[in-house]
Design a protein around this ligand. Structure first.
Ligand SMILES: C=CC1=C(C)c2cc3[nH]c(cc4nc(cc5[nH]c(cc1n2)c(C)c5CCC(=O)O)C(CCC(=O)O)=C4C)c(C)c3C=C
Ligand code: FES
Ligand SMILES: [Fe+2]
Length: 401
């Protein structure tokens, strides 16, 4: 080690070189120039894969102060509400085939994306896919342990990208996932004896108007519009539907509503504004005020007014989940009884989308930044120490990249 120090070569750099020799021999890129391996960690809320996992999923969700702040009573009220909601939500998951497909889709998207990245970004190859969920398996703690077991961090350094799978940033979604990642980094990844050699993290914190994302949405919308007779096609109303936010979160200054609107506008630009459209909000929970208009009311009102050709587009989530398969398909669309009310397929395995994911990561790695400047600005109404500390942490990662 002393001779290494004399040479002025950081241990993390040497580890990378070892990894390159061991891991890249079969890779098409030139191993001697690669900065890899690079871990790409998909961050999302997750969902229960089976109905047995619903209880645990809800209990973690209602215990999350970044999503549902219940103050000092969180550890008491959270479990009560989640236990009460479990049978109802279990029934909904049973109706959509027994569980959420989010794990299957996330693992598929991440591994396919890494294959593309190995080709288009040889400098940072090999790219290793990981999934870290906030409320369901694989949880962030489990994934962090897997990263350590795979040779990242824990004194050995290495680079990982936390890639949020929410295209639009909300402190209740991406913010919560990052606070959780920062928590496990502090608990699990202490570096070497000199506190060096922990994973160097960077964050892809939002991508609401990435051209690849816009193209993937637009292509799916065009596919659904093609199902209508040609002379009716331009009369179809497009309803972009996103998960709503409590007004308390909106008024705190959360960036999500503006970023969802930006996605919608970019998609409409790509579609040349051929159809009338609205952005509407779904899935509100509990008695407080939430951002509207609500998707369910909107569909019912338009149908009542004679507008029976409607296409619903889930715009703030990239794979199927209970809110597309149950709430949109079975409740909202099902209740109209009309085959002229349709839903656009979720991005799921769309090759255009997976290519977009790879392009987003490639662009991020080439910029060599720790996160977007926007991520460092806290909400005007934020009083959370977690936000303060985790943003500081991710901002300071720049030095170790
Ligand atoms: C971008 C998407 C989402 C935002 C923003 C969001 C904010 C948000 N959600 C709750 C409360 C609940 N959400 C629940 C489920 C759920 N939420 C999203 C997405 C967003 N939530 C999804 C995709 C899902 C379903 C997961 C699946 O696998 O299908 C639930 C649990 C279900 C229920 O009990 O009804 C709750 C509760 C709040 C309070 C909030 C903003 C602060
Ligand atoms: S709540 Fe938005 S930064 Fe803390
Ligand atoms: Fe939610």
């Amino acid at each position: 080690m002393a001779s290494i120090r004399k040479l002025g070569i950081p241990a993390s750099r040497l580890w990378r070189t070892n990894q390159q020799i061991r891991g890249l021999a079969s890779h098409a890129s030139n191993p001697s120039t690669s900065k890899g391996p690079t871990a790409i960690v998909f961050m999302n809320m997750g969902g229960p894969s089976t109905t047995d996992e619903v209880g645990g999923f809800l209990s973690r969700l209602f215990a999350d102060p970044d999503l549902i702040p219940l103050g000092r009573l969180q550890s008491y009220i959270g479990p009560l509400i989640s236990r009460r909601r479990t049978p109802k939500i279990q029934k909904q998951y049973a109706e959509i085939g027994g569980g959420s497909p989010i794990r299957k889709w996330s693992e598929h998207q991440a591994s396919e994306m890494c294959k593309i990245l190995d080709t288009i970004s040889p400098d940072t190859a090999p790219h290793k896919p990981y999934v870290a969920f906030r409320y369901a398996n694989p949880l962030t703690e489990e994934t962090y342990n897997k990263l350590l077991a795979d040779g990242f961090g824990d004194g050995k350094g290495g680079r990982a990208v936390a890639f949020t799978q929410y295209p639009q940033y909300s402190c209740s979604t991406t913010g919560s996932s990052l606070n959780e990642l920062w928590k496990w980094r502090n608990r699990l990844d202490k570096g070497d004896a000199n506190s060096k050699g922990a994973i160097a993290w960077s964050v892809i914190d939002r991508w609401p108007v990435h051209p690849g994302l816009v193209e993937a949405f637009a292509a799916n919308i065009e596919k659904t519009l093609a199902e209508y007779p040609q002379d009716r096609r331009d009369k179809v109303v497009l309803l972009f539907s996103a998960h709503s936010l409590p007004m308390s979160v909106v008024n705190r200054g959360d960036p999500y509503p503006a970023e969802v609107a930006a996605t919608v506008y970019a998609v409409m630009q790509r579609l040349k504004f051929k159809n009338p459209y609205r952005l509407v909000w779904q899935s509100q929970v509990g008695p407080s005020a939430w951002l509207g208009a609500q998707t369910s009311d909107t569909v019912a009102n338009y149908v009542k007014k004679g507008q029976k050709e409607l296409v619903l587009i889930p715009i703030a989530f990239t794979s199927d989940h209970i809110e597309t398969l149950y709430e949109l398909d079975q409740e909202i669309i099902g209740e109209t009884g009309l085959d002229t009310v349709k839903r656009v397929e979720s991005l799921n395995g769309s090759p255009i989308f997976i290519q977009a994911l790879a392009d987003i990561v490639k662009e991020h790695l080439a910029k060599n930044i720790s996160c977007s400047p926007q991520m460092m600005l806290r909400c005007p109404g934020c009083v959370s120490e977690r936000c303060l500390e985790s943003k500081k942490f991710f901002g300071e990662q720049q030095a170790s990249l």
